[in-house]
Design a protein around this ligand. Sequence first.
Ligand SMILES: [Zn+2]
Length: 388
Amino acid sequence: MRGMAGFRRFVYNFGLEMLKASWSFEGIKASDSVRLNEIKKVFTNHVMTLPEYAWTRNYSSTIYQSAFQDLGEAIARWRQGLAEFPVLAAKKSCDKFTVYKASAVYPKKGEPALPFTNRVVIEPGRKINLPGVGEVRSKEKVDFYYSSQTFTVTRTADKWFVSSNIDAERVPTIFHKVEKVGIDLGVKTFATFSDSSTISAPDSLKKAKTKLSKEQWRNRNKEFGNKILGVRASKNAKKFFNSIARKHAHIANIRRDFLQKITTEISKKYYKIRVEDLNVSGMVANHKLAEAVSSLGLYEFRRMLDYKQSHYGTKLEVVDRWYPSSKTCSLCGHVQDMKLSDRVFNCGACNFSCDRDLNAAINLEKADNHLAKTKQKKSIKKSKKKAG
Ligand SMILES: [Zn+2]
């Protein structure tokens, strides 16, 4: 599979370099997709026939077809201003490839394609027959029959993952138990709800992080070779860096699992979900806080709540970042200064006393007139673009 990923990388980079080179010839006037199609022809009819590239013929042709497709999509996203210009795929970060089942029976002219001739049927169990790869055994069990055409294989640390699109029925409409909730996100307690429930980050996350930093500290002088001095990485260094990569992946998995579970739970229980706008510039100024925010996955939390809206029929509302949710009394509305270290809100006007995070969460729930208008702005921009 490393070889297949290498083949995909080779094709992707070849296509990208050739496309860039083609732009330097002023005489050629053609769209990106036409250029890429021509480049693909060069690859198939010329490069693959050369003896030094004979190895490319050992792999499934669907790998390079999808590599060109990926490249075309990356270029299109860049043209639309949705992404940066694509970079060359690197061995370090880009072990992935896509295979698909090409239609075995081609329909006659004017006749519709026969169903299922271009789909792989996966049976319950651990075995998956990947087109162009062969049968692989997965660690995780699949509990049902399904069919799919395209499979993407990726590597993280020393584990390989396969993903595929399947058709499924929509989740039936859910009736939410609670109409409205405000959620205050924090470093100490991950989430505090306006109904005074709380969620903390799992202990396993903290443990895994401690393990990682201990190992990093013990090996703080280890170097992965030195390119300038021509020193190769030692076996022990390789072992160490592999184990670090595994630990990073482990932490990311715990975090993703935690976030997926709580965002699903929240989306099932509450209808209107109010969170504060994460003040990026303010948090970056405070390094420790910025690190905590990114390592906890607060952005990821919001992103998941956002895309789960359509699954669970929820309404995610973002409260304006200037709204002083932690400085306002949730009982009388009095606004007073609060230090970051103050854990309890003691109102100077009405003597109301409340946990800092809970007070903020209640304020977020009540903040009807302070909802951020980011979505509206975006739609205005879009309509302007269309008009222009
Ligand atoms: Zn008060």
